[in-house]
Design a protein around this ligand. Structure first.
Ligand code: LFR
Length: 486
């Protein structure tokens, strides 16, 4: 069927957008085209004694975007078939039985959860937790955040995309790919790990029941239909509501054995597997087994990301220095290889603060001296990320017992030519870069399939991505020595 039109709400840590996605065939292979109809900023805000998201403002932007999407569709005589929502993972809002949000949701960058880790591990051994959930340890995983809540009695926790979906439809469910980032989800069974709730003192029904990508959640509440101008029977369909799950679904891989890097605020680096890897070696390497679309396993690690760069830019801008990003990258590319490197995953970088200072301090701790000039800092970040990518892919191959021939980079980082080339050098593998909008594409394609417009499994969806995107290929040129790789 030509002309399927879908709205994707895609919100990241620094910006959100509402996108209109169309699937067309024009007699040839199916292609997806995206139009961003509304873009809005997002940022953590210090309020009410912590770092929080301004959820009320985000939700208002979602409604503005949906209204714009409806208008843009109508201009071409189309109607929106459904709406899908994805955001970052882990965070939640607490709602009362009556459906009221009790506070603006905390951000995972708030430090409060760090102090809760020891208490949680005192109740449940980390090895046992990993054996069930397969989740990498991150101080901000939902279970540690929940441990800081003074009173959960009578409340329900809705992950951010589920909270948006609830406010659109009145239906409460937890989408499964995102549920897998809570630390309370059984990686093998694909169900809530109900046996973990009791020991942690969490109410059994804290989260609503699961919903799978592709299932219909409901239709718009009358008030929402009125405010957006969309028909009340417009569906909200569950997609990979964890942005990384949607991004991985849209990696334009043509073969089975590929590694991916979803490179944005974070870099999510790993493999797609059919079964979780729950070994002690996997836990020691801190690999995660998050759930992907179609029950796949996203076997990956969180490596630092472009947050390191964007926070530097924020600090430099405060100091009155605002170069264009292209200029910065050109200057960084002109520097010789083999400069200082830091561990981009260091928890010291999680909170917002002066990033250039923190990076220089981290370099100093390795015995290196990082010059103050921005180009050197940028080069250090990109060298460190590329090395982190290479190390992580090699570890994933070893731990999962597979070998990959190609590395796909999707998301914002796929536009960073220097990062892509450095990654090819560090991994010694060809890098295929694009699409930038993998997350929105994954969101749209899962909706399209639910509507019967696209068919087949992930390989089929990936062919649609490939048909509509021009990809860039970077070959390892041997510009850095093996010694400098790891
Ligand atoms: C990426 C992401 C990561 C998750 C982090 C925090 O946007 O969703 O997958 O670990 O944000 O939620």
């Amino acid at each position: 069927v030509d002309g399927g039109v879908f709205a994707a709400v895609d919100i990241g840590a620094s910006s959100g957008r509402v996108i209109l996605g169309r699937i067309s065939t024009d007699g040839g292979p199916a292609r997806a085209t995206l139009d961003v109809v509304h873009r809005f900023p997002n940022a953590v805000v210090q309020s009410d004694g912590g770092l929080r998201w301004d959820f009320d403002a985000l939700f208002a932007e979602v409604l503005t975007g949906l209204a714009a999407a409806g208008k843009a569709a109508a201009e071409r005589g189309d109607t929106i078939t459904s709406i899908g929502i994805d955001t970052w993972a882990v965070d939640y809002g607490l709602v009362t039985k009556g459906g009221e949000l009790t506070a603006q949701p905390y951000s995972y960058r708030d430090e409060r959860s760090r102090a809760a880790v020891a208490g949680v591990h005192g109740k449940l051994d980390p090895a046992r937790l990993y054996g069930t959930t397969g989740l990498q340890f991150l101080q901000f995983n939902t279970l540690y955040q929940l441990a800081t809540e003074p009173d959960l009695d009578g409340l329900q926790a809705l992950l951010i995309p589920d909270l948006i979906a609830f406010m659109l439809t009145g239906q409460r469910r937890t989408e499964a790919t995102n549920a897998s980032t809570t630390g309370l989800f059984d990686a093998v069974a694909g169900e809530w790990a109900s046996e973990l709730f009791g020991p942690l003192g969490l109410p059994k029904d804290l989260f609503p029941p699961l919903i799978q990508p592709g299932e219909t959640l409901g239709t718009l509440l009358p008030g929402i239909a009125e405010r957006t101008g969309l028909p009340q029977d417009t569906k909200v369909v569950a997609v990979g509501s964890h942005d990384t799950a949607s991004a991985v679904a849209a990696v334009p891989a043509e073969q089975e054995n590929f590694a991916y890097i979803s490179s944005g605020t974070w870099s999510l680096v790993g493999l797609e597997l059919h079964h979780p890897v729950l070994t002690e070696a996997s836990r020691a390497a801190n690999f995660t087994n998050e759930r992907g679309v179609d029950g796949t396993t996203r076997y990956l690690r969180n490596v630092g990301g472009l947050w390191l760069l964007s926070e530097c830019q924020r600090t430099w801008a405060d100091e009155g220095y605002r170069p264009a990003i292209g200029e910065l990258l050109d200057a960084a590319a002109a520097l010789p290889p083999g400069g200082p490197r830091i561990n981009p995953d260091d928890p010291a970088f999680i909170a917002p603060d002066n990033m250039p200072d923190r990076i220089r301090a981290a370099a100093r701790n390795t015995g290196a001296v990082l010059p103050a000039e921005p180009a050197a800092v940028v080069r250090c970040i990109l060298d460190s990320l590329a090395a982190g990518y290479a190390r992580t892919i090699a570890d994933a191959e070893r731990l999962a017992g597979v070998a990959v021939g190609v590395v796909h980079i999707v998301g914002g980082g796929s536009q960073n030519g220097l990062l892509c080339q450095l990654t090819a050098e560090a991994t010694g593998k060809p890098v295929i870069a694009g699409p930038v909008e993998a997350t929105a594409l994954g969101n749209v394609l899962v909706q399209a399939r639910a509507a019967g417009v696209a068919t087949g499994g992930l390989p089929e969806l990936r062919r649609i991505v490939g048909a509509g995107t021009s990809l860039r290929r970077y070959e390892p040129l041997g510009l850095i020595s093996n010694a400098a790789r790891n």
